[in-house]
Design a protein around this ligand. Structure first.
Ligand code: SF4
Ligand code: SF4
Length: 235
């Protein structure tokens, strides 16, 4: 119903499913019926995603947002026709950019996994209300996006500190933490979406979750060494 409902993940899913372009039609800016002004959220999301597309080697012109009222069918038709023509000229997604299908799939999958993190770190800008189109280009800069990707954190559980209280595993939204009773917990890096919940949730008296930026994550402790033997229960 509202363009503000169009999540970054929806657009990435469309590209992952083979769409060559995504067009979003929203109500005119400042004419939203609600206090939420969701069309600004849609606009800011598009501005961010266009910069991310550039970062991963995709033509940002494959994503477009236009604003119009329900009575402006002519604008809708012109907008869609113009966009379809442009996308046809660009050619199929990936092919137009010289990126192979497997590589394309993997780049889109990597970004899709990061959507919650990207939304979290950019939440202030994503909620802002731009005054005029001149401001659009400056909302997210290339340098900012490069830094953002360079500084993406990873989370690691220090096996010497984990007390297997299981709190982090229960709170992880994507079941990326392997553990169990009396077992040192381990983060499956391939599943982790960098939300930081485990970092916040691990009780300070244990402080077992570490946030790592710009460095490789230590390898996970081997399965056979994960059992925790409590004092008094040793044979
Ligand atoms: S940061 Fe922690 S809680 Fe969040 S997805 Fe990764 S392992 Fe799970
Ligand atoms: S919350 Fe901390 S101590 Fe508890 S299982 Fe997770 S990492 Fe280990």
């Amino acid at each position: 119903m509202c363009s503000g409902r169009v999540d970054m993940a929806f657009v990435l899913r469309a590209f992952s499913k083979g769409m060559d372009g995504v067009f979003i039609g929203g109500c005119r800016l400042n004419e939203c019926n609600y206090v939420t002004h969701g069309n600004y959220h849609a606009l800011n999301m598009v501005l961010l995603l266009k910069k991310i597309m550039e970062h991963i080697g995709l033509n940002p012109e494959r994503l477009s947002i236009e604003f119009m009222s329900g009575a402006e069918a002519n604008l809708f038709v012109e907008g869609v026709n113009g966009f379809v023509k442009k996308v046809k000229e660009m050619g199929p997604l990936g092919q137009g950019e010289g990126v192979g299908q497997e590589e394309l799939k993997s780049r889109l999958a990597d970004i899709s996994k990061l959507v919650p993190y990207l939304k979290l770190v950019n939440q202030e800008k994503l909620a802002s209300r731009l005054e005029n189109p001149e401001e659009y280009d400056g909302l997210f800069t290339k340098e900012e996006i490069d830094t953002l990707f360079r500084e993406i954190p990873s989370y690691y559980i220090d096996p010497d500190k984990c007390q297997a209280c299981m709190i982090c595993a229960k709170k992880c939204p994507v079941e990326a933490i392997e553990g169990g009773k009396n077992r040192i917990h381990v983060i499956e890096q391939d599943k982790c979406i960098k939300c930081g919940t485990c970092f916040e949730a691990c009780p300070p008296r244990f402080g077992a979750v570490t946030k790592i930026s710009g460095e490789p994550v230590p390898p996970p402790i081997p399965e056979e060494k994960r059992a925790i033997v409590r004092k008094g229960k040793e044979k």
